[in-house]
Design a protein around this ligand. Structure first.
Ligand code: M6R
Length: 364
């Protein structure tokens, strides 16, 4: 059932502190502060590259993973959308590893891509929320996300649990490859252990986000921007909004704004700026100032320090807990889910069963 929530989506959003914690527990040993993953069929040191393939939100999780693996494990990552990859006849590295991300484990294009990689002699790994699924049966190893059944068509808790699993894998690879040491491993994994509590803090602030939805539900277009690890969250936020509210929304890498999309900016276009403080903050802050100088209505998602720096240039701010930059994509996924939900409620759409969409896309 939906518990005391009106929709499965909201119930699933609110389950995140618990299921993120459970997923982390599957990969993290708090006593030794190490990531433990038994029986890996490959040695991280033998890989010249990892290929990660998925669709939709699961693909955005792959985008975040690319940043993590490259930063933390110094391991090159190629990512692709399954429907593109499957027909590309891509050459694959000898003895390579291909990783598939899917909530359902049944997405037709992702399964076809998996079969292609198997034929091409890759080790096949999958991050799946449904462990009795086609992809599970055809993989050499499955990394489960312990999100529990996800009913809402818009993926929420499955996405954040995919991120947790990918973060653990990146740390594991980083240690194995000598790219990070045990102290780094302990620091990064302890940053993940703080996510459930911070997620609760964000959920407790839901009324602030609901109030912002008032400014958005009449918009025709909404832009989301982010940079680095938070760029895929801009894409995810835009996908959530279009799926359930049917408002046209686009996510962009903040640095791409001036290469075209800034032409769309006027007083009627809300721009959601996702910019936790950290190494890339100043860059995105200057993008924020560029759009607000052009009359854009900026809704700024950041932490105390970010808001102190440029909050006055935004029309509205949402303050999130200050976190290690490594985990911000997991945390910042939550306010964009809530925003999409509240906008959809104001528009009166069917949040759990949006038009034209299916929970799992088992045909091409
Ligand atoms: O089950 P999968 O993770 O393979 O599904 C992939 C996409 O169909 C899915 O993420 C879709 O984009 C969601 N509706 C996003 O909310």
């Amino acid at each position: 059932g939906k518990g005391n929530h009106a929709h499965f989506m909201m119930k699933e959003i609110f389950e995140q502190p618990a299921v993120i914690g459970e997923t982390l527990n599957a990969y993290f040993n708090p006593a030794s502060r190490t990531i433990t993953i038994p029986n890996l069929p490959w040695d991280w040191n033998d890989l010249s590259r990892v290929t990660i393939i998925a669709c939709g939100s699961s693909y955005y999780a792959a985008m975040v993973a690319k940043y993590w693996f490259e930063q933390v494990a110094r391991l090159p990552v190629e990512i692709d959308i399954a429907s593109e990859f499957r027909y590309r006849e891509a050459p694959m590295p000898d003895g390579g590893m291909a990783l598939f991300i899917s909530q359902s484990g049944e997405t037709a294009d992702t399964l076809a891509a998996l079969r292609y990689c198997k034929q091409a002699g890759q080790h096949i790994a999958s991050i799946l929320n449904v462990s009795e699924s086609s992809m599970a049966r055809e993989s050499d190893i499955v990394f489960p996300t312990l999100a529990g059944p996800e009913i809402g068509v818009a993926s929420t808790k499955a996405f954040t649990c995919q991120l947790v699993t990918l973060a653990c894998l990146a740390i594991h690879a980083g240690v194995a490859r000598g790219a990070i040491d045990h102290a780094d491993e302990a620091r990064l994994s302890s940053a993940i252990t703080k996510v459930p509590e911070m997620a609760t803090e964000i959920l407790n602030n839901d009324a602030t986000i609901r109030a912002l939805a008032e400014n958005i539900h009449e918009a025709r277009d909404v832009l989301y921007i982010g940079r680095g690890l938070d760029y895929p969250i801009a894409l995810e936020g835009a996908l959530k909004l279009k799926e359930i509210s049917y408002i046209h929304a686009e996510g962009y890498a903040a640095g791409e704004l001036k290469h075209g999309p800034i032409a769309l900016v006027d007083k009627d276009v809300p721009i959601i700026v996702i910019a936790p403080s950290g190494a890339l903050f100043d860059k995105t802050a200057s993008n924020l100032q560029q759009v607000s100088a052009r009359g854009g209505r900026v809704i700024f998602l950041s932490d105390r320090d970010g808001i102190a720096a440029v909050g006055h240039d935004a029309s509205a701010v949402v303050e999130l807990p200050k976190a290690d930059p490594f985990v911000t994509p997991i945390l910042y996924a939550i306010p964009v889910q809530l925003l999409a939900y509240h906008v959809a409620i104001m528009k009166g759409t069917d949040v759990d069963q949006p038009r034209n969409l299916a929970k799992s896309v088992t045909v091409e």
